[in-house]
Design a protein around this ligand. Structure first.
Ligand code: HEC
Length: 367
């Protein structure tokens, strides 16, 4: 596996090299069959990748205590991710530190269980943009596979979503799994086992996009109140990498933009609507704060948000309008005329927001 990655890196552009080093989760092939049991055979050989998550702040619950807790319990969090595959299934193992074991209750409606989820697009590959990381969008739905701790064990759910606050429909039988809390180390382990092929999607590709979410029951987190990662990519063993898709996914990872110039531009051009970094004069609610963009957004998403904001309109009151033909348009003006170097500079600056100094470098660990 190391050799494969080295080989790919030898041929890669600087952006691809950086992307492969920081955004890719290597999946380990095992003979299988993968059973939905927490002690997955071969797990200790699967490389662990640490994925940072930031609290989702654009769409909030109508629950002040929960919203205040999300600000306090805050940012960032880390999931340790390992993945294995056999002929039929993909197993994702998520581990994270949580001081308290919280389990949802069927009888007490104000007790919320700790939970974690993965999100996968239905369609991906060269020429297709990634769905909005907050549960997809109207043009690009996602499948959300979730494990939540309940009174006696855990509950698995699979949903199809097309944006925060959109109605979700359940799909049954698409995920199996389990959860276990280790009181000695204060760590959760959650396992999700997904079929590689369903009627709606096929994961047998070299690069498969995936994003992660995590809920802390102690902070009354549920629904949209959660922590979210940016899109990462599973490197599936034995499947070829599409060079065009790799080039698209790695756009901007070379960090070519001038961060200082980017900050100047954001502070002058964008700060009327957005709060970002130390520039906080925009009225609350006019536009989403850009404070966690470095943890939640890919460079390509940021570029698109600047030059073509209506491609994906972040859901929020007054942030977009629906035209007669049904298309949604953002109230943000497109900055399509900005010189490419300025767009690169803004993207490079936004990529620093929310990223703590210690995790700004690639954080990878091998077992
Ligand atoms: C007139 C107000 C306004 C201005 C000026 C503006 N924006 Fe926006 N922006 C918005 C609104 C409203 C949204 C949410 C709807 C959407 O997704 O387009 C948004 C969304 C975004 C997003 C997506 C945020 C997310 O949570 O995913 C980014 C990134 C962004 N803007 C960057 C910029 C940058 C960079 C500039 C300056 C070059 C800028 N904006 C200027 C109003 C504005």
């Amino acid at each position: 596996m190391i050799t494969l990655l080295t080989l790919a890196v030898a041929l890669a552009s600087p952006a691809e090299e950086r992307f492969l080093a920081t955004e890719v989760i290597q999946v380990l092939r095992v003979p299988g069959p993968l059973a939905p049991a927490l002690d997955v055979v071969g797990l200790e050989r699967a490389p662990a990748t640490r994925v940072p998550l930031a609290p989702q702040r654009t769409v909030r619950l109508h629950d002040r205590d929960a919203n205040e807790a999300l600000d306090v319990l805050g940012t960032p969090r880390t999931l340790e991710v390992r993945a294995l595959v056999d002929d039929k299934d993909l197993a994702i193992v998520l581990e994270w530190r949580d001081e308290a074991e919280d389990r949802g209750s069927a009888t007490e409606t104000d007790r919320f269980g700790d939970a974690a989820a993965v999100q996968l697009p239905f369609a991906f590959g060269a020429g297709l943009r990634l769905p909005y990381v907050g549960m997809g969008d109207e043009g690009a739905p996602v499948a959300l596979h979730l494990q939540r701790a309940v009174e006696h064990g855990s509950m698995a759910r699979s949903l199809v979503a097309a944006g925060f606050g959109s109605s979700t429909r359940s799909v049954t039988g698409a995920v199996r799994g389990a959860m276990r809390y280790d009181a000695a180390t204060h760590r959760w382990r959650a396992l999700l086992v997904l079929p590689l092929v369903t009627a709606e999607r096929d994961l047998r590709a070299g690069l498969v996009p995936i994003a992660f979410a995590q809920w802390d029951g102690a902070g009354r987190e549920r629904g949209g109140n959660k922590a979210l990662s940016s899109w990462k990519v599973l490197r599936m063993p034995g499947a070829a990498v599409d060079a065009r898709y790799l080039a698209e996914l790695s756009w901007g990872y070379d960090g070519a933009g001038d961060v200082l110039r980017g900050k100047q531009l954001v502070d002058t051009v964008c700060a009327a609507c957005h709060r970002a970094g130390d520039k906080r004069n925009a009225p609350v609610g006019l536009a989403p704060p850009l404070d966690d963009m470095g943890l939640m957004a890919t460079p390509a998403y940021l570029r698109e948000s600047i030059v073509a904001p209506s491609a994906v309109a972040v859901p929020g009151k007054g942030w977009s309008m629906r035209a007669a033909d049904g298309a949604r348009s953002s109230v943000m003006p497109p900055f399509a005329a900005l010189p490419a170097a300025d767009v690169d500079a803004i993207v490079a600056y936004l990529r620093t927001l929310g990223v703590p100094a210690a995790t700004s470098k690639a954080e990878r660990s091998s077992p």
